[in-house]
Design a protein around this ligand. Sequence first.
Ligand SMILES: Cc1cc2nc3c(=O)[nH]c(=O)nc-3n(C[C@H](O)[C@H](O)[C@H](O)COP(=O)(O)O)c2cc1C
Length: 165
Amino acid sequence: MTEQRVLVAYGSRNGGTAGIAEEIAATLGKDGLSAEARPAADVADLSAYDAVVLGGGLYAGRWHRDARRFARRLRTPLRQRPVWCFSSGPLDATATEKDIPPTRAVQRDTSRFEVRGHITFGGRLDPSPQGWLARSMAKRGMAHDWRDFDQVHAWAHTIAAELRR
Ligand SMILES: Cc1cc2nc3c(=O)[nH]c(=O)nc-3n(C[C@H](O)[C@H](O)[C@H](O)COP(=O)(O)O)c2cc1C
């Protein structure tokens, strides 16, 4: 069988979600798939990919705009491929401690196609983030990395196992 090509597309303002997407792609690569992480805004068509992982950083309960637009623009080819989704947000340990379902807004964005699985990962607040609200949160001592890369790797392994079945 030819190698399956997987796109890991992401919407990220401050790089935290981009880092998760890179880790997912690297893990899929180690598991024998051909995977690449790309900013969702840079992807115009999906013809080069057999499967898609789409993720967005959460802002006020919604995915970053690039992930939302990707889900809308490419809904037709997304219906023809297996798709997994992730959100990255909580600035505490909750995403490691329990399963956090997709927000209502993310459910709406992803209702246009079938989603094989969704997971919420912890987020990261950069010490010098973009946006005044983010900067004021960082000044209040919230700048911290809550991403759990063991959890990211474990989730990526389950995707690889499904695709290689
Ligand atoms: C202004 C602002 C609003 C946020 N809103 C949410 C939210 O509604 N839910 C959540 O889980 N995390 C929220 N977060 C945390 C971000 O999702 C987290 O920092 C994430 O890692 C950002 O991803 P990015 O670095 O890829 O942009 C918010 C962060 C900021 C700065």
